[in-house]
Design a protein around this ligand. Sequence first.
Ligand code: NDP
Length: 444
Amino acid sequence: MSYVDEVYERVVKQNPGETEFHQAVKEVLDSLRLVIDANEEKYRSMALLERLVEPERVVSFRVPWVDDKGQVQVNKGYRVQFNSAIGPYKGGLRFHPSVNQGILKFLGFEQVFKNSLTGLPIGGGKGGSNFDPKGKSDREVMAFCQSFMTELSKYVGADQDVPAGDIGVGGREIGYLYGQYKRITGLYEGVLTGKGLTYGGSLVRTQATGYGLVYIVAEMLKHNGKDLAGKTVVVSGSGNVAIYATEKAQQMGAKVVALSDSNGYVYDKDGIKLDVVKEIKEVRRGRIKEYVDAVPTAVYTEGKGIWTIPCDIALPCATQNELNLEDAKTLKANGCFAVGEGANMPSTREATDFFLENGMLFMPGKAANAGGVATSALEMSQNSQRLSWTFEEVDEKLHKIMVDIYAKAADAAERYGVKGNYVAGANIAGFEKVVDAMMAQGIV
Ligand code: NDP
């Protein structure tokens, strides 16, 4: 049996029930076969893959808090510190009822390669809780965040582990978490990113993941003789990534015709009016169906189905495994020729294979959504220097980072004879740097 298959079997056996983690490991290891086979003896003797798939540390803890009725609630809290070979652990916190250890391990594992691809000195981690901020009062969210950070503060620090936001964790949550960290440790340091601008946040961090996604998709189109301007785009989700991907796509001349949330999707043939969406989602924390109250010519449909809307470019920006093989076939049949993943692993393995086998341009999340963590690393740099850069400075750096990531993924794919396969290219390019650092640092 090949080294890759051996290690994958071991992962399935030793991490029972963690299906998303198995899926992520399989996708990465499969696309690294060429590199691993070429170095098998060296990697085997150093148990390199066994170490790569085992998090350095997983912390799990109890999060007790009191709701508005005076009832004590208990949630699970986690931090997966996956790999620190190239820098302090870095990766978001997710608050969503579906969160469990397997999902966080999948996200942490992906983060290791993504962070490496950015070219910045950041290791990989991920954390979160099965707490659902939806429908909770601000006071309840604060009580939860304070309790969560009381425990988490023992394991994080500006040079140790620097969490950020993810699903369910936006500016409000980061603010409460930061306040509690400072209160407990007495340190005013960059322990979290995605902070507000008045207390150490970076301009462009809010927009970074969505903007970065569109920058790299535009770069991919350019290198394949196409242009974003004038194209019809469907974006799933209506959270942070979806909103700012829509904004940048519109600024670059594309027409975004649909957005969604976990209840359903809106189709606006005239182009989504983003000020309406921002008011619903960022101000009122409402549902996407309210869009049609403000724009009666738009159509709301309950349930899944956003990928049935014809488009040139699809940008899945909601959650993992939201786009399956059927969806991929429908997109292709309707004329879609490019897909950029704003979310983490939104396409199932079968959908990804379909895109690659059918000559569609496909930029995987690991490369496509790396603008968020890259700008987080820029926030860390500003905090260390006690400086704040302008919007233009940060945006320019973000744009350059995304162009570089495209070049690294395209170059690695070409070097290993799979030109245009950005899945393999991104995995190989991310892997090479981490492995080099792990080998240099000995058996740790
Ligand atoms: P938000 O919480 O701001 O938004 C998530 C959006 O996705 C919401 O519209 C939400 O709908 C929808 N959604 C969530 N879960 C589901 C589901 N099970 N089915 C259908 N829709 C769902 O999160 P973000 O925009 O920050 O994150 C979106 C994705 O991007 C995630 O995969 C995240 O890991 C990834 N990402 C985010 C980064 C960031 O900087 N924020 C960086 C890199 C990746 P509803 O409101 O109904 O739940």
